[in-house]
Design a protein around this ligand. Structure first.
Ligand code: SAH
Ligand code: SF4
Ligand code: F3S
Length: 446
């Protein structure tokens, strides 16, 4: 972005959700004018940023074990007369703040998700003193005002954050605490960023938000999608993650009317038992969720549904878990993410009686995964023989192979020339696997 070659090396490791993937890209954008170029190995980096996730205990522990490794690299650098700065960003930074530096003194600075525009300043300060290293307490609007609009997309698909934070307070979840309250970016700045991406060759954007369909800019998410659909070259629009309570009629209608809005919807339900849903503070019942899915399918019959599920929430009995299985059977998911309940200190569910034994959680998770796998395979198998428009994103793993995505977000592999990357091309699907499809180009002359 400065026009001159980078003089310092930046290594960013990203954990957690797509919001973090987006934020990592933006951190690289903010640091580029300071001479930082991205490197893929931490050993020789001048600045190491861990963009962390706090959602489950395992995610948090991973960060500390990674920090232990990086500390050794920092020591090796120092012995060789060099210097390495270690920054912890993301949701662990927000949740644990300075405690991180107590537990791992090699950390130079801690920066929460709302303060990334201050990174240059924080780094300068960390270099001068080990005093003010914490910035975890700022408003989201300041962050987006201060980040540059221009981006450096590295492909034909890109994430675009439109909403942050959460007001839902599901009793198991840390996000309302790590990301703060619901906040939406103004339509104009999103459109400007999208136009810039499209001009740089991006064909597909995925709009991001912890509650993306709670987007409260003018016209809501449906209005935003309609405006984005007018941008020349932007042929595919996706969004994630949606909350059932915010799935309004306007958005459902947009799925019926906008060809750019891809037929894939991630709509977490978490559980199928009303008793558990209530204890989770989910604001929907199994029945209201099923009705909603019905309505969405009436608007867009081919839509692929995906979900998140938690097994072993406190108080979950066998019958409750069976209700989850039966909801899954009724919906028929194309894909899903399944989790064992993880007790997060400070969240209301952590204090609930009836915590479920680990062995029971394991068994339930295995049964749920088996059912989800079966549905995913069936959904993929149902594509065989169809011709699907595929957006090619990159070369495949084997020479001569291309890798792209179907409208339903399935990975699709074909033999084909590299010039098709960035194009949407009809592909005849011939074989289906658990995670991907393979096929042939329908028009060899494309
Ligand atoms: N805002 C999104 C996703 C938030 S986090 C939503 O509301 O759906 C992604 C997923 O992690 C959640 O949907 C949930 O299934 C899971 N999750 C969150 N907290 C968890 C916990 N304490 N234990 C296990 N899984 C959890
Ligand atoms: Fe967490 Fe619930 Fe908010 Fe999703 S809606 S981020 S699960 S509190
Ligand atoms: Fe994790 Fe924070 Fe995302 S806790 S899931 S990185 S919002």
């Amino acid at each position: 972005m400065t026009g001159s070659a980078p003089t310092k090396r930046l290594f960013i490791k990203t954990y957690g959700c797509q919001m973090n993937v987006y934020d990592s890209e933006r951190m690289a954008d903010v640091l580029a004018p300071l001479g930082y170029g991205v490197t893929s190995t931490p050993e020789d980096a001048d600045l190491v940023v861990l963009n962390t996730c706090h959602i489950r205990e395992k995610a948090t522990e991973k960060v500390y074990s990674e920090l232990g490794q990086i500390k050794l690299m920092k020591q090796a650098r120092a012995q060789a007369g060099g210097k390495m700065t270690i920054a912890v960003a993301g949701c662990v930074a927000q949740a644990e703040g300075e405690q991180i530096m107590l537990r791992q003194p090699a950390v130079d600075l801690v920066v929460g998700p709302q303060a990334y525009h201050q990174l240059p300043e924080l780094i300068a300060r960390a270099h001068r003193a080990r005093g003010e290293r914490l910035a975890a307490d700022f408003a989201a609007d300041e962050k987006f005002d201060a980040l540059p609009v221009a981006r450096n997309p590295d492909g034909v698909t890109a994430f675009l954050t439109v909403q942050e934070g959460c007001d839902k307070f599901c009793t198991f979840c840390v996000v309302p605490y790590t990301r703060g309250g619901e906040w939406s970016r103004p339509v104009e700045t999103i459109l400007a960023e999208a136009r810039d991406l499209a001009a740089k060759g991006v064909r597909e954007v995925t709009l991001l938000g912890q509650n993306v369909n709670a987007y409260a800019g003018e016209g809501g998410l449906a209005g935003l999608a309609r405006q984005l659909a007018q941008i020349e070259g932007l042929d595919r629009i996706r969004y994630t993650t949606s909350h059932p309570a915010d799935m309004d009629d306007a958005l459902i209608e947009a799925h019926a009317e906008l060809p750019q809005l891809m037929p894939y919807l991630h709509l977490p339900v978490q559980a199928g038992s009303d008793k558990i849903l209530k204890a989770m503070n989910r604001a929907h019942t199994a029945e209201s969720y099923l009705r909603l899915v019905e309505k969405i399918r009436a608007a867009r019959p081919d839509i692929a549904m995906s979900g998140d599920f938690i097994v072993g929430f406190p108080g979950e009995r066998d019958a409750d878990f069976e209700a989850t299985l039966s909801l899954v059977r009724e919906v028929g998911y194309a894909a899903s993410f399944t989790f064992k309940y993880s007790r997060r200190p400070g969240t209301p569910a952590a204090a609930l009686p009836g915590q479920v034994e680990e062995a029971v959680k394991d068994e339930r998770l295995a049964r749920l995964n088996a059912l989800i796998d079966e549905q995913q395979r069936a959904f993929n198998a149902a594509q065989v023989g169809k011709v699907l428009p595929v957006l090619f994103e990159k070369p495949g793993r084997h020479p001569g192979q291309l890798s792209g995505r179907s409208p339903y977000l399935q990975a699709v592999h074909v033999e084909g020339p590299e010039r098709l990357i960035g194009q949407i091309v009809p592909v005849r699907i011939e074989t289906a696997h658990k995670m991907s499809l393979a096929g042939v180009l329908e028009m060899e002359s494309a």
